[in-house]
Design a protein around this ligand. Sequence first.
Ligand code: ADP
Ligand code: ZN
Ligand code: ZN
Length: 728
Amino acid sequence: MTEVIRVAVAGPFTDALDYRPPASGPAPVVGGRVRVPLGRRNTVGMVTALPAASDLADDRLRAVTEVLDSAPLLDSATSALIEWAARYYHHPLGEAYLAALPARLRRGQAATPGVETGWRITESGQAAQLERLRRRAPRQSALLEALQRGGTLTAIELAGFSGDARAALRRLVEQGLAETVTAPDYGLLQGLADESGATLNDEQQAGAAAIRPAAGHQAILIDGVTGSGKTEVYLDAIERTIALGRQTLVIVPEIGLTPQLVNRFQRRLSGRIAILHSGLADGERLNAWLAARAGEADVVIGTRSAVFVPLRYPGLIVIDEEHDASLKQQEGFRYSARDLAVLRGYRLDIPVVLGSATPSLESLANTLAGRYACYPLRQRAGGARPPSLQLLDMRGAPTRDGLSQPLIDRVRGHLDAGGQALLFLNRRGFAPTLICHECGWLAECDRCDARYTYHRGRQRLHCHHCDRELPIPRHCPGCGSVDLRALGLGTERIEAALTEAFPDTPPVRIDRDSTRRRGSFEEAMRRAREGETRLILGTQMLAKGHHLPAVTLVAIIDADQGLFGADFRAPERLAQQVIQVAGRAGRADRPGEVIIQTHHPEHPLLQQLLHGGYAAFARTALAEREAAGLPPARAMVLIRAEATAHDAPITFLQAAMQQAPVDADIERLGPYPAPMERRAGRHRAQLMLLADSRSSLQAFLGRWLPALTRLPQARQVRWSVDVDPVEA
Ligand code: ADP
Ligand code: ZN
Ligand code: ZN
């Protein structure tokens, strides 16, 4: 009989807590969940060990209330990964375990697949004429067509349709063309393999040949411009993995997990595919997770948290857009899905493929150090020509709401020639500033060190940092003047300027404001992709991985905002953004043109991008980081603190410094106020630690952090540790 049940529970505990076995019922298992008392609550926890004895006296141990899983949910390799991540990122163990589970399991619900709703064709639906529907309701007609092919359409398969597929299905049901059925379903998509891939070119073949599924660990960077056929290389490797009876985990940034991507995988692959992303209902997510764990999904495509999904027969891990900052969680459990994926592949002894058109400096450094193999794809697949990059000097140029006359002329040229133009500005709203023309008063958020963004459509001032919203003031609160003016550029303003300049070609705007409704983003992208709209404008939502084959002109409205950012990563982000957006142009048979509007055409970063591309930029940036002793040359950790009281964060961090063990290997910078000192009514400060080696930095944290929790000043603040931060 086991004496002690060690359980990782939610709460500020570095380690698992000890409990006594339950009075009756099934025995707890390692890797299974239990319900345990914690304070006055009952909570769900994960059993991490069944040791023979506890350090605590017997009478101090409380009993497990209920055993939720009589068989392990997590295999030992997955548990070990989670435990490693909790220690490396200095996050409470129980919270790390819970973060790795689907919501239903986190809440203590049964680990059994749920019953799902599906849709099936009716007799009158089978007889319905698609043509009539197609014009009036294209979405319904696409769904009806799929249903007419036979079988049941399950919720997960809706991911392959654009727009709000559920609403369209509801309408089909109302018209008697379809009916709902409930079926137990694992939430798996069946790969169709009804489309064959392109014949890989030499560069693609070299990359693909290097990926040997299930044959030992190797990290492989596929460094290929947009449209060079990286996805084809992944698909080739994934199909070979399926043939071996092994599973592939594909991790993509949230915004990259599109219906098109799912569709493409389904058309090309023969296996069963599970999808894991935040847009799924809890039941769908659980089913996909269970299918991955049971080995029933041959391919798991997921966002960040999918890095923790258990795999029964792991064979390959792919991380697409590995440079993307969203692969690092920025709140709570601040893990990097990319870094953990590489570690996981190493521990499972399987290959890990990282792909990007603009690899992170971290991955490039790993390549230079020989830790990653690198396969460049320099040519665009299918003979598409690379776009030509040009700088458009804004100094003294006549402009209209951010659009220079030469740019307007160029857009007109492309539209007249039957092309499509994409304009990129990474700032939503009408203008980032509202100013009083009489006295200079600025509309500033009183909870943040930031200005309100002026949203003309909604007639609101909105703080993008704390989400506070206000109606537009009619008078200046300073001097009473009514002459309040919008200063600076946002996508709404560009939209207005475009509408005026091109009255016959209404633009479509794609940003967080215009795509709030479920399915509206997919719908807008579909219209853009299919050429229904020829003038596309938007934020970074446009920059990532969406194929827009008809785009012939890409314009970056304002490169200057990224040139002088405070964050040492600002240049890297700008370079990535420019190259990613530029990659939207000239994908198919037409060469593209990329125009960058700037007041600083001589800036070295822009000159490097222009003449040497991203590679030239990255070489210089790596040398600069090396010289400055910044990542990836050295390891970095940020300790952040915040409080409503002005001095509390700095005071805490100063006290923390006093506790720091003497260690010459660790460079300490700060404490200093955070880049935006006040946000959402809280004052913020941080402390930066740098070291040549990750392990000495980890050892230092291990000795130091426990002392911080005991500091009296710690009770006055919220503080957190960010290992390998992507925002400094
Ligand atoms: P990436 O993932 O690098 O952006 P994709 O794999 O999506 O590139 O390929 C871009 C386009 O080129 C796709 O339409 C794809 O089908 C096509 N393509 C890829 N490789 C080849 C090839 N070797 N020959 C012909 N077409 C290709
Ligand atoms: Zn005023
Ligand atoms: Zn605010």
